[in-house]
Design a binder for this molecule. Structure first.
Ligand code: INI
Length: 169
């Protein structure tokens, strides 16, 4: 039996990070933890591209563009949607998660969900604390494993990418 699994080695891999500025006291901590995890796994600074957007709602479109550029092996999305602060919580959370999943499907690239959706600021801070409990660390580790897994799986990119290439011909 053959088993295929991604490894946690970021050497030679390129990563895009899309991070929102809204609630930056939380998203800044997620970003710091993600950068730390990538660096510790062997990624050099020039292998990492950070893209900043105003709020979580804007994450999917930037993630999709970055993923489709093929400059990265995986894209990490970081944001914080806090219920206490918005009556639009449900709409924003739903759109962001749907948009991030769609960006991955349409680009055939791992686009990792590192967006906090919490009821309170305290809950958000808990998930953006020390590395072992920080969702930025978890998102970065997922991105490394998935980027490596996609290389091991081989094959050709999905229909979205094929049709783009076909259009160029
Ligand atoms: N954006 C967030 O990232 N988190 C929030 O909690 C939030 N709240 O509370 O409204 C939020 N709103 C902004 C939104 O993401 C868009 O930037 C804005 O609606 C413009 O499209």
């Amino acid at each position: 039996m053959k088993e295929i699994e991604g490894h946690h080695d970021a050497k030679g891999l390129h990563f895009g990070i899309v991070v929102s500025r809204f609630n930056d006291f939380v998203t800044g901590q997620l970003l710091a933890a993600a950068l730390d995890a990538l660096t510790k796994a062997g990624a050099a600074e020039e292998q990492i591209e950070v893209v900043r957007v105003p709020g979580a709602f804007e994450i999917p479109i930037a993630a999709r563009r970055l993923a489709r550029s093929r400059r990265c092996d995986a894209v990490i999305c970081l944001g914080a949607v806090i219920r206490g602060e918005t009556p639009h919580f449900e709409y924003i959370s739903a759109e962001v998660s749907r948009g991030i999943a769609q960006a991955a499907w349409e680009s055939d690239l791992p686009v990792v969900f590192g967006v906090l959706t919490t009821d309170t600021v305290e809950q958000a801070m808990e998930r953006a604390g020390p590395p072992e409990r920080n969702r930025g660390t978890e998102a970065a580790r997922t991105a490394i494993e998935m980027a490596d897994l996609m290389k091991r799986l081989g094959g050709t990119p999905g229909p979205g990418i094929r049709s783009r290439r076909a259009r160029r011909r």
